[in-house]
Design a protein around this ligand. Structure first.
Ligand SMILES: Cc1cc2nc3c(=O)[nH]c(=O)nc-3n(C[C@H](O)[C@H](O)[C@H](O)COP(=O)(O)OP(=O)(O)OC[C@H]3O[C@@H](n4cnc5c(N)ncnc54)[C@H](O)[C@@H]3O)c2cc1C
Length: 590
């Protein structure tokens, strides 16, 4: 590329992951715009560990995985949990579970209350469609229940999405699950990507159904355009921090800070500064984006001072509001291999989203009343845990918004997935809130999802796993699992009996939980006085020429799985960026 050797670009994207590749593609579509993409890892298009359509990560724990760990989780017996995150072009989309499931309409419709005016299901739907290439189910797959509502889908976008070739829910395990959930009053959902996730349905996977390979963001967005002469990828290159400039003309008024350059460490270990003519965009993901802000002097002054960094832009919300989901499972069969899990994943991609009404039944009214009574004390707990970065009042408003979604709007609050081992479940809309900050070693961020922080989440988990247990032990599912798998091995009835108390279940959760790795919100799009870090156009508050586009801007945890939303947001961000520099039309004007 003619850009090689250059140190000045219109746009510098930090992090060539799920969101970063979208931006690299869209911003470099105009040949007069120069774009640098900085990625700490390599390109891995032909690596079998990435091509694999196994959900249980052949690349986990390898050099393609940052393999972070959490700080000890105080509500989980001080457990230190592994956090996988992709370290290559394509980022975490090269090692994730590939599930393509969007949030519900009501969740996105609630974003304006957080300060995100203009956001809604309807306003984001065009971007979901723009990124998606739904591969139509073949006739046998349609007969096996692979169904969709065309109005909600894109058929020409970069990300190929589809169902397994060996789909069998209408026949075996899937049908058994359907029969048992229907008996509990949980209905069939013909398209869980249509803005309504609730009920039982089939999830499509981000994969090429013809080639039977993973469709990550590198393959979808970067590979087709990597030879553009105006796009230069710096692979195996780590961004260290951003230079901010507020120098003013002689006697002129004080200027706001402007993001001027990115300092990087090249593969040789040599340091280099890359200058931006227009903007710098951080797409380093939930765990690293806050650290890059902090290493540049943007964040909570008390956090920065602990890192011996001089505060330049005071943004207490940086890293202060992270949410993730945790899962617990019921295991019937330990005789499983990666191959059998992969086969099960492609043949039985059953998803179930359960509402508070499904979980609490006749107890719903009393449970809801208790949650509303608890909100003020929950808000104090969350505000305290953020060292006051987010006020009690703001936390209370956010919690009320979430309670309304869960209790009034009947949005799914828990999910289950299944395999030949049994099933897993997790709270999709947790209230517990953690944080992520830089440490003295930026490649080792302090990740604290704060799992099981609030009693509400524990109660919902208990209801979820009890429902899961009921379904897995039901005669149709037992028949489908076969005689070799008719004993519950974990938790096991001796450990957690059928009439177990909440405290018995809690002990099991503390011993068995694992992250779902859907962490979001560490640089949330939200009102600045509610701990927001970016505005509705992804611009960092208080800094010119700096945006954030990745999972960290998603303000609160969502139903479904994050990549569909990250792709949609990145598509919107690209339009916003081009519109603001006078290219790409007027934009949507939100
Ligand atoms: C095991 C696992 C399974 C998952 N399963 C699913 C699923 O089935 N469906 C789903 O929708 N979601 C799933 N997720 C979540 C989803 O994959 C992530 O939320 C999403 O990919 C994050 O995208 P991102 O753009 O925010 O960050 P990433 O894709 O992680 O991109 C960040 C990039 O920045 C690079 N980087 C970081 N720091 C620097 C630096 N200082 N300098 C240069 N480069 C840097 C990284 O190497 C990486 O390439 C899963 C996640 C995991 C870990």
């Amino acid at each position: 590329s003619p850009l090689i050797g250059s140190v000045q670009y219109d746009y510098i994207i930090v992090g060539g992951g799920t969101a970063g590749c979208v931006l690299a593609n869209r911003l470099s579509a105009d040949p007069s715009i120069s774009v640098a993409l900085i990625e700490a890892g390599p390109t891995v298009f032909n690596d079998s560990r990435v091509l694999s359509i196994s959900p249980s990560g052949p690349a986990w724990g390898t050099e393609l995985d940052w393999n972070y760990t959490t700080i000890p989780q105080i509500h989980v017996n001080n457990a230190v949990l592994t956090y996988h995150a992709g370290r290559d072009i394509g980022g975490t989309s090269t090692i994730n579970g590939m599930v393509y499931l969007r949030p519900t309409a009501e969740e996105l419709d609630s974003w304006p209350v957080l300060g995100n005016h203009g956001y809604s299901w309807d306003s984001l739907l065009p971007y979901f469609k723009k990124s998606e290439h739904l591969q139509l189910p073949t006739e046998p797959r349609s007969l096996s229940e692979a169904s969709y509502e065309a109005a909600f889908h894109g058929f020409a976008g970069p990300v190929k999405v589809g169902w397994g070739n060996d789909l069998d829910p209408a026949a075996g395990f899937g049908q058994a699950l359907n029969t048992s959930f229907q008996a509990l009053g949980v209905g069939w959902n013909v398209d869980p990507n249509s803005g309504n996730t609730t009920g039982i349905g089939l999830f499509p996977i981000e994969k090429d159904t013809v080639l039977q390979i993973r469709q990550d963001s590198a393959r979808s967005y970067y590979l087709p355009v990597m030879d553009r002469p105006n796009l230069h990828a710096f692979t195996n290159t780590t961004a260290l921090n951003i230079d901010l400039d507020n120098s003013k003309a002689h006697h002129g008024p004080k200027r706001p800070f402007r993001a001027k350059a990115v300092n990087v460490s090249l593969p040789s270990g040599k340091k280099q500064t890359l200058y931006s003519k227009q903007e710098i965009i951080l797409s380093a993901g939930t765990y690293r984006t806050p650290g890059l802000l902090e290493q540049s002097g943007i964040g909570n002054p008390s956090v920065l001072r602990n890192l011996s960094i001089t505060p330049k832009v005071i943004l207490p919300g940086v890293g202060a509001h992270v949410q993730d989901q945790w899962l617990v499972g019921i295991i019937y069969n330990t005789n499983i291999t990666i191959d059998s899990v992969t086969a099960g994943y492609n043949s039985n991609p059953v998803t179930v989203a359960l509402t508070a009404a499904d979980l609490f039944g006749d107890d719903l009214e009393a449970t809801a009343a208790q949650l509303y009574r608890d909100i003020p004390s929950y808000a104090r707990t969350l505000s305290e845990a953020s060292n006051g970065a987010i006020s009690v009042q703001a936390q209370e408003q956010i919690l009320r918004l979430r309670a309304r979604l869960i209790l009034k709007d009947n949005v799914g609050t828990g999910s289950c997935s299944f395999g030949n081992y049994g099933g897993n479940c997790w709270v999709t809309l947790p209230l517990s809130t953690g944080n992520v900050h830089s440490s003295s070693d930026p490649s080792n961020p302090r990740i604290n999802p704060n799992f099981m922080q609030l009693p509400w989440d524990i109660l919902v988990t208990q209801r979820l796993i009890s429902t899961l247990r009921k379904v897995l032990s039901s005669p149709p599912v037992q028949l489908a699992l076969g005689p070799s798998a008719n004993v519950e091995l974990s938790p096991g009835l001796a450990n957690v009996p059928l009439n177990a108390t909440l405290s018995q279940w809690t002990s099991f959760f503390q011993a068995a939980l694992a992250p779902v790795w859907h962490a979001v919100g560490s640089a949330g799009m939200r009102r600045r006085d509610w701990g927001g870090v970016v505005d509705t156009k992804f611009r960092v508050y208080g800094v010119q020429g700096l945006r954030i586009v990745d999972a960290s801007v998603i303000p609160v945890e969502v139903n479904g799985n994050p990549t569909s939303l990250i792709y949609a947001l990145a598509e919107k961000a690209a339009e916003d960026i081009l519109a603001d520099c006078g290219r790409g039309g007027k934009g949507k004007g939100w």
